[in-house]
Design a protein around this ligand. Structure first.
Ligand code: COA
Length: 162
């Protein structure tokens, strides 16, 4: 069976924690789509198009990975595109409660063959979040080694362009 997986999030910006999950998921499944979504409750640093371009550039070494954007209900996007697996990363126990709630709700909305699969984030990235990366970087702290180089360059550019 050809397994199509989806890894989704707002990725504003993509971090090395996300990248670690993506590289591992790409080995597990035949095809992996990175689905970027706008989360209206979060203030964004980069537009969807910018995120798509930066993520595509960062992941160009992975042959079976593609990048897409979507809006609306995750389950609709999953059912329409016939994904078999939705990958989620777990950083720490605090993620679990929110994730399990979402997984149960989505399970009601997904077509029958869709599974949510959790991968544990590498402990060296377990404290990272996109908002923390934005805050530290905007205030002049170093986030080197925590976000991919392509993203860091773009973040440096966006501060200089302010
Ligand atoms: N490494 C680093 N950071 C990680 C991470 C990892 N492995 N895993 C999660 N994070 C961080 C993200 O950077 C993000 O940080 P931020 O809050 O500072 O931006 C945070 O954890 C939350 O990530 P995530 O759970 O992916 O949230 P999101 O807002 O990026 O995306 C969706 C959430 C897209 C999964 C969810 O909102 C959704 O499904 N929306 C569609 C609408 C819908 O269907 N709703 C009903 C759901 S039941």
């Amino acid at each position: 069976m050809h397994i199509k997986a989806l890894y989704t999030g707002s990725f504003d910006p993509l971090t090395n924690g996300h990248l670690n999950i993506i590289e591992r998921a790409a080995k597990l499944y035949d095809e992996l789509t990175i689905g970027i979504i706008v989360n209206p409750s979060k203030k964004s640093m980069f537009s969807l198009e910018e995120r798509k371009e930066m993520i595509g550039e960062t992941l160009k070494h992975l042959d079976n990975v593609k990048v897409d954007c979507f809006s609306g209900l995750l389950a609709d996007y999953v059912n329409e595109n016939k994904f078999n697996v939705v990958v989620r990363g777990l950083r720490a126990a605090m993620d679990f409660e929110y994730e399990i709630q979402m997984a149960h709700m989505n399970a009601r909305l997904f077509d029958e063959q869709v599974e949510t699969v959790f991968l544990m984030t590498d402990p060296k990235y377990s404290f990272i979040s996109s908002s923390m990366m934005k805050e530290v970087h905007t205030l002049g702290g170093s986030i080197e080694g925590l976000v991919p180089e392509v993203i860091l360059n773009k973040m440096n550019g966006s501060i200089m362009g302010e």
